[in-house]
Design a protein around this ligand. Structure first.
Ligand code: AMP
Length: 602
């Protein structure tokens, strides 16, 4: 049985993933670097093949030994050169597929021979055929090629009680694709598809890059675009800054010794606010809305006839996209599945359907409530107290980090009370108060003095709230670790109901289990495929990866010495992960946790 497992593969332009059905639900397989494999192939100085992160890391220094974005060349009668040899696009793609096959085999403990592979809806026959060939070269029988938007829809629900029309908005690194799909009784039909093959997150990076370069040139008189190493360092830094701006209101980019002027080294230190960034990218997002209109016109539908909006692709984490789509379509967008994992998960669902295996609805751990703080609002000269200002919206997947800027209400205000609430009402009196703290010692300056309030909600539902005076860096933090209990007990019925609504779960048995544990892994019927994956191990792995992400975040603001210590611990943790040593992972995780906590408290 397990030998017949059909894995689902998202062979992306920027990143690729492989997923299987575990305990009745799709699950993306991680290695020690997490679930995402960058779609980059390279050769190291000794000619050894590198696939994924290692290849991407060397691409700045060794572009001649690295191939990126091969998906854009699939189906073309060309070759690309890698370390002096010529390879067809199919061969390069096969290296990525082979790497994913190995990852799946290591996780499952048996050979994998069959796969469903996804392609963009706009791929023509030649491109699809080339994808199939790549699979075969990698030793995989490609049992089906499916469209990415179809896969995304399958991840949600392919058996809605009534016919549904969904809009899939897919914005990746290099391409944009919007599709209208109709789903009924397990059949997903794509009614229309539009897109722009030259629009993606990479273009946002380019805009931010030019913005930073222009500012640097104005201040320092040096154009970084003309210095190759500075250019690649900055491109990398702006991509990181862009990602942070999806959850932070302000980010800073610091690059030491980025250039030289008359023998004097120059450092780059720039702060970028989310507002400025949003102004830069808005024209590109307006273009995506034109495509969306075209897709609706082709499907002969109006916006109100769309029942759900699904977000796919890493770049859809950009909050402005959520706002623009919600406004254009008049309904909230569904973002509760990791946008860069949805397609692989859908491919795994398709694989299971072909293999005749039952799959339940897909669930992820989400915040069942909006979390935010109480604020004082001024409207037409009147002061309105107790206004709820949401920071993490309900249905956001965990872990989640969001920051908002607030301001003091009066001049010379030296303290501010941060009152934390959960709930959906605009008036905090109708929401549940979950904590409170005071930030004191603020600078005696005229209002408005900016205070950044950061919410970190981890996989266990533990909420860390940090308030930082932007002007001085003065910070205060509180940890509220009863959140998960609240979700488990007080609010679980509501959470189940909401999730049932999303996924139209018919499995009463599964719902009962969900009541008992609030553990999505516990959902589902008998282990169907891939029973050999140990869920406890996978949980430990997921927790360790979440911790590594937090540590990498904390490292940015740490002193050189603390950053070094943290990096060493993270290296040990990665080592322990690759050795699959649960005991060591636990011990090192505790140390990393302590240090991260200490750094956040600084
Ligand atoms: P994909 O092709 O779906 O893997 O998407 C890759 C693109 O998503 C790249 O341009 C990434 O920089 C971008 N991306 C990934 N994470 C985020 C994020 N948190 N916010 C904004 N863009 C992101």
């Amino acid at each position: 049985m397990s030998q017949d497992v059909i894995v689902g593969i998202d062979l992306g332009t920027t990143n690729s993933e492989v997923a299987v059905i575990r305990d009745g639900h799709p699950h993306v397989i991680s290695d020690e670097n997490g679930p995402i494999l960058p779609s980059v192939v390279g050769l190291d100085a000794q000619g050894k093949l590198l696939v994924g992160r290692a290849a991407r890391n060397q691409s700045i220094l060794a572009p001649d030994r690295t191939v990126r974005s091969i998906k854009r060349r699939m189906g073309q009668d060309i070759t690309v050169s890698l370390g002096g040899e010529k390879y067809t696009p199919q061969e390069i793609s096969a290296m990525i597929l082979r790497s994913l096959k190995q990852r799946a085999e290591q996780s499952l403990g048996h050979p994998v021979r069959k796969a469903v592979i996804t392609v963009p809806a706009f791929f023509n026959d030649g491109q699809r055929q080339a994808t199939r060939e790549a699979g075969e070269l990698a030793g995989l029988e490609v049992v089906r090629i499916i469209n990415e938007p179809t896969a995304a829809v399958l991840t949600y629900d392919s058996h809605p009680p009534e016919m549904e029309r969904l809009l899939v908005y897919d914005l990746g690194g290099g391409t944009f694709d919007v599709s209208v799909a109709q789903v009924e009784a397990g059949v997903v039909e794509i009614l229309s598809s539009h897109g722009d093959t030259q629009l993606g997150g990479d273009d946002f990076d380019q805009l931010l890059f030019d913005h930073v370069c222009d500012r640097f040139q104005k201040d320092q008189g040096v154009d970084l675009r003309t210095i190759p190493v500075a250019k690649s360092r900055l491109l990398h830094a702006v991509e990181e800054a862009k990602k942070q701006l999806s959850s932070e209101a302000v980010v800073s980019i610091t690059l030491e010794f980025i250039a030289e002027k008359q023998g004097v080294p120059l450092n780059l230190v720039q702060e970028i606010g989310r507002d400025d960034y949003e102004q830069l990218i808005e024209p590109l997002l307006v273009k995506t809305l034109h495509c969306l209109d075209a897709a609706l016109t082709d499907a002969k539908l109006s916006a109100y006839e769309i029942s759900k909006v699904l977000l796919v692709g890493g770049a859809t984490r950009t909050p402005l996209i959520h706002r623009m789509l919600t406004e254009r379509l008049g309904r909230p967008v569904l973002a509760e599945i990791e946008p860069d994992l949805a397609v692989a998960m859908g491919a795994a669902v398709q694989g299971a359907l072909i293999a005749g295996v039952d799959v339940g609805p897909v669930l992820v751990d989400i915040t069942p409530h909006t979390l935010g703080i109480a604020t004082l609002s001024r409207q037409f000269g009147d002061e309105i107290p107790d206004v709820f200002s949401p920071i993490i919206e309900r249905n956001t997947p965990l872990p989640a980090t969001r920051t908002q800027i607030y301001t003091t209400a009066v001049d010379n205000q030296t303290a501010a009370e941060i009152e934390i609430f959960q709930g959906e009402d605009e008036d905090t009196n109708y929401n549940t108060r979950v904590g409170q703290f005071l930030i004191e010692g603020l600078a005696e300056v005229p209002a408005p003095n900016q205070i950044l309030v950061k919410f970190d909600l981890d996989l266990n539902g533990i909420l860390r709230v940090t308030a930082t005076e932007r002007h001085t860096g003065l910070a205060k933090q509180v940890v509220i670790d009863s959140m998960i209990e609240r979700f488990r007990t007080q609010e679980r019925a509501g959470a189940v109901e909401r999730l049932d609504r999303f996924f139209e779960s018919e499995a009463d048995e599964a719902a009962t289990e969900f009541h008992d544990s609030f553990d999505v892994e516990a959902l589902g019927a008998e282990p169907a495929q891939a029973a050999s994956v140990d869920p406890a191990w996978q949980n430990a792995l997921d927790a360790a990866h979440a911790l590594i992400a937090r540590a990498e975040n904390a490292e940015r603001n740490a002193s050189a010495e603390d950053a070094k210590e943290l990096r060493a611990l993270v290296t040990d943790l990665r080592q322990a992960i690759s050795e699959r040593s649960e005991e060591t992972i636990r011990t090192i995780s505790a140390e990393v946790e302590d240090l991260v906590f200490y750094l956040q408290d600084q």
